[in-house]
Write a protein that binds this ligand. Structure first.
Ligand code: FMN
Length: 184
């Protein structure tokens, strides 16, 4: 039975998003100790400090989901050498109220991806810069920047690239051990 729930944030709104497909593949590959709850930026209102006194229901639901979790896993695409704005909005929403970030203390995993050759490494590096003040420890190894993901899935969204499956399995097994250690 799963003992640790991981909010897995796929940072794209695209219907056929590779990030979402990778997050769903990870949910299937996860060992029995982990339950991955895959979410996307859909439905999260734009952050505005003006609304902090009476936050919209979607902000509160996101924050509650994160607070109840045992860890957070980001699966991010790269937009213009950074993370997509919609993912930054999710992070901004979850980071408030000031000093009460819903990510606080949660072990974090980061996977970037791209159909291109560089694997979205800059997006992953930007997350590594953004998160330390508002989240728990970030797993350092294995560093995972997935390139060439364009041919990794069939038209039903199933993972068909064996080399990618192997890398994802290694990552999620390592993350399960990391989460276990951090939640002891
Ligand atoms: C606005 C925009 C900027 C992009 N910038 C980058 C980039 O900097 N590096 C990269 O590897 N791919 C870039 N891409 C291509 C994305 O990697 C590709 O569209 C990918 O499929 C998006 O992720 P998703 O499949 O999860 O939606 C960009 C795409 C868009 C729409």
């Amino acid at each position: 039975m799963a003992t640790h729930t991981i909010v897995t944030i796929a940072g794209s709104l695209r219907k056929e998003s590779f990030s979402l497909k990778i997050a769903n593949a990870l949910a299937k590959l996860a060992p029995a100790s982990l339950k991955l709850e895959v979410v996307t930026p859909h439905g999260i209102s734009n952050f505005s400090q003006d609304e902090e006194a009476a936050p919209p229901a979607d902000w509160l639901a996101l924050r509650e989901k994160l607070q109840k979790s045992h860890g957070v896993l980001f699966v991010t695409p790269e937009y213009n050498r950074s993370i997509p704005g919609v993912l930054k909005n999710v992070i901004d929403v979850a980071s408030r109220p000031y000093g009460k970030s819903s990510f606080m203390g949660k072990p974090v995993g980061i996977i970037s991806n791209s159909p291109g050759p560089l694997g979205g490494v800059n997006a992953a590096k930007h997350l590594q810069n953004i998160l330390p003040g508002i989240a728990g420890p970030i797993m350092g190894q294995p560093e995972t920047y997935l390139n060439g993901v364009g041919d990794a899935f069939d038209d039903k969204g199933h993972l068909i690239k064996e080399s990618l499956q192997k890398v994802l399995q290694q990552y999620i097994d390592a993350f399960a051990a990391f989460v276990e250690k951090q939640n002891r």
